[in-house]
Each structure stands twice: as C-alpha cells, then as structure tokens.
Design a protein around this ligand. Structure first.
Ligand SMILES: NC(=O)c1ccc[n+]([C@@H]2O[C@H](COP(=O)([O-])OP(=O)(O)OC[C@H]3O[C@@H](n4cnc5c(N)ncnc54)[C@H](O)[C@@H]3O)[C@@H](O)[C@H]2O)c1
Ligand SMILES: [Zn+2]
Ligand SMILES: [Zn+2]
Length: 391
C-alpha cells in the first residue's frame, strides 16, 4: 500500500510499504477514506526529528471503513464506518476507567517513560505506524474506534479523531466561570475549535493569532480576535476590566512565532547527531516559550491556564515566581480522546452544525500530494488552515 513516510527533517515522501495485517485478536484493519495533517505532525517534521526513524509512517487523524477484525473484536464488523482516536487505549485499565485514556496503562511506552501510545508519533509514543496511508492496523480496536453513521460526509466526523476532543478538553480544563472570558492563543485547527467550543458553552471568547486569514475564519464564528504583539497581555487586560481573562487556552505549543532564541536552539538541535540531539531536547528545554509566558502574563490572578499546545523539553524555564504569585492553576496534556467522543458525536451530527465542523478544511488533496501539503501547511501559504488527505 501507499503511505506517507518520514525521511528526515522537513522531508516526507509517499512510499510503497507492506500492507498491515491482524497481529493480535484485538486488532482491526481499516481502509482509510480521510486523514488529516495536524499541527502536532509539524513537531515531527521539525523539532522531534531525532525521535523519528527513516520510513516511519505518519498520521494520527484517520477515519475509514473496517476491512477485517481480530477474533476478540465483537463491537465492529467489516463495512463499519469508524473514526480512530489518536491515542491507543485499552478501555479497561485504571487510567481508561478514570477518563485518562492518554495515560492508558496497557499502552504506555515504558522504554521512554511516556503515556499511551499514539499512531504515527515517534519513538516517544511507541513508533506505531500511522494513518496517513491507505490502510491502518488499529490495536485495541475492541475499544478505540468510534462507529459513525453512513450518511454525512467524512468531515462531519473526521475531527473526532483528535482536534475536536482536544479543543473540548482544553476548554473543560480551562474551567471558565459563568459569565467569564476565555482567551485562546493560536487559531490553528485546535484554536479554531477551542474558540468555537468556548462560545458554544456560553463564554466570551477572545482569540490571539498573528495570521490574518486565521483571524478571519474565527470572526466568521463570532469570535473576537486580536493580533499577537509584545503587549498582548495589556491588550487583553484592557478588554477585560483591567483584570485579564478568567482562563487562557494555549493552542500554539512549540512552533510559536516570535521566539528567536528558541528557534535558533531548535535549528541547532536539528543539526546535531540524533543521540546528542535527543538528550538536548530532553534536558536543555529548547521550547519556544513566548506564548506560554504570554498566557501566564495575560490570565487574571487566580485564573486558569490550559495548555493543549505540545511542549517538549524537561528543563524549560517556567516563570514560577509569577505563577505562584498570581495563584495560577494550570492543566495540560494530550487529549483523552475517547473520554469526550460520546458527548461530541450528537453535536457534529446536528444539522445546524453548531461548531462549524464543515468550515475548517481549506485543502483537500490525494495522499500522493501530501509532501507538498506538509510544506504549504507549515509555511501557512495559500490560506492553508487544515489539510485533509484522501488516500
Ligand atoms: N494536547 C493534545 O492532545 C493536542 C492535540 C492536537 C494538537 N495539539 C497541539 O496543539 C497545537 C496547535 O495545533 P494546530 O493543529 O492547531 O496547529 P497549528 O500549527 O496550525 O496552529 C498553531 C497556531 O498558532 C499560531 N501562532 C504562532 N505563534 C503565535 C503567537 N506568538 N501568538 C498567537 N498565536 C501564534 C500559528 O499562526 C497557528 O495558527 C500544536 O502544538 C499541537 O501539537 C495538542
Ligand atoms: Zn493531531
Ligand atoms: Zn487503558
């Protein structure tokens, strides 16, 4: 089959790879009909390269049709239409039973000391072949895949694999009080949905984003927007009685713009031999922290910062004095996708499309054109906000 593979820093290509097959009784094989490129894929394309191996199949936002199932998969049958959550979780361990599927004890990657395995997401998350491919082997298919109806287009459902539950969790974790204001940093796909979810749940939402067409998309959905500037904290305080928003979602992560030092360090790491680069990323903290610092500055005293943007590096300097003094609460982490999908399914099927899932995709291309689409998405060219690949 054809699959999108990682070849090196900022280099991906479509290659012929062996078809996946059932290896465990809890596996299923799914023929992929739609599969999206995520902001998280850009970390693999760029910073997390040292944890990738040449030929790794990328992709963790797939959906499609079940081709075959292992002997203990009784909830699915060939022909079912399913969306695949990006975390691989078992559904029966302590973590899964407590809504922490991203920490699943059955699929944690002990070698790396990380949480649940993730499709197509480097050695850090188990080197599991991903879903930007014609077919995908889905482990723990007796729990993970979300069965969906046959009538609505793929885009109604596709984002349940990752960004919609991620946005939902980000806003839940932000704990905005009634009548409160939520600021969302970043208007990529995750920020677009976080803003719309905040609005849907009745909050005032102000989004911060440097790219004009991304602000325009949010404005179409009734979101107030501002550009990212050095004094964005002051701008947000001015808009909120001088106090600052009650909660802030960081939907940017380590690809932030305007972090020259971080960018330099990341590029330097990109040039080191893998073993040294891995250590540099783990210990030196090469993150671009501009946005995180801006979130901590902007949030009102006693407010909440909810991080859904991905950060790496274990020695990142955090402004602990400010965080302590302002009594800031923080929540973060990979989304527990399966925890939220039952709640979200009726919302994406609602004919009035309250979260506007049909207004996100800007580019749809065949799998063969994925390498070009990665570039366009990373460089934010051609109005690109979300790319859906059709294998
Ligand atoms: N926690 C999870 O489970 C989870 C799931 C999916 C994605 N993510 C992470 O969420 C983040 C966003 O993902 P995405 O798909 O929306 O990616 P994206 O790269 O399209 O979005 C990032 C956005 O941030 C904007 N941005 C850059 N610098 C900024 C600044 N200084 N101020 C304000 N905005 C700025 C960019 O212009 C872009 O619109 C990524 O870090 C991704 O890895 C996390
Ligand atoms: Zn994703
Ligand atoms: Zn589990």
């Amino acid at each position: 089959m054809k699959a999108l593979t990682w070849q090196g820093k900022r280099s991906v290509s479509v290659e012929d790879v062996p078809d996946p097959s059932i290896q465990e009784p809890t596996d299923a094989i799914v023929r992929i009909t739609s599969t999206a490129i995520c902001g998280s894929d850009l970390h693999l394309y760029e910073v997390l390269g040292p944890f990738m191996n040449k030929g790794d199949v990328l992709g963790h936002e797939p959906m499609g049709i079940v081709e075959s199932v292992g002997s203990s998969v009784t909830n699915l049958q060939p022909g079912d239409r399913v969306v695949i959550p990006f975390n691989i979780s078992c559904g029966h361990c302590w973590m899964c039973n407590n809504g922490l599927q991203s920490q699943c004890e059955t699929t944690q990657v002990h070698q790396q000391g990380t949480g649940a395995s993730i499709f197509g997401y480097s050695e850090l998350y188990g080197s599991v072949p991903g879903g930007q491919a014609e077919y995908l082997r889905v482990p723990h298919a007796d729990y993970g895949p979300v069965k969906v109806g046959n009538d609505l287009p793929d885009e109604r459902y596709l984002y349940l694999s990752d960004i919609l539950p991620t946005a939902w969790q980000a806003v839940q974790y932000a704990a905005v009080p009634d009548g409160g204001t939520l600021a969302v940093f970043g208007l990529g796909p995750v920020g677009q949905f976080s803003s719309r979810v905040g609005k849907y749940l009745g909050h005032r939402v102000i989004a911060v984003e440097p790219v004009p067409e991304r602000r325009a998309m949010a404005e179409r959905h009734g979101i107030e927007t501002v550009d990212f500037t050095k004094d964005v904290g002051d701008v947000l305080r001015e808009m909120t009685d001088g106090r600052g928003p009650d909660a802030v979602v960081d939907a940017v992560g380590m690809e932030a713009h305007n972090s020259p030092l971080g960018a330099f360090a990341q590029n330097a790491v990109g040039l080191l031999p893998d073993a040294i680069a891995k250590k540099a990323i783990e210990t030196a903290g090469v993150d671009r922290l501009t946005v995180l610092h801006a979130c901590i500055d902007a949030v009102r005293r006693g407010g909440t910062v909810s991080l859904s943007g991905v950060y790496g590096g274990t020695a990142s300097p955090m402004p602990l004095l400010t965080m302590f003094d302002k009594q800031i609460q923080t929540r973060m982490g990979q989304c527990n996708v399966r925890r939220w999908t039952d709640e979200l399914l009726p919302i994406v099927e609602d004919p009035s499309d309250p979260l506007g899932v049909m207004d996100l995709k800007t580019h749809e291309v065949p799998l063969d054109e994925a390498p070009e689409a990665y570039k366009t998405f990373q460089k934010k060219q051609d109005g690109c906000i979300k790319v859906v690949l059709k294998p």
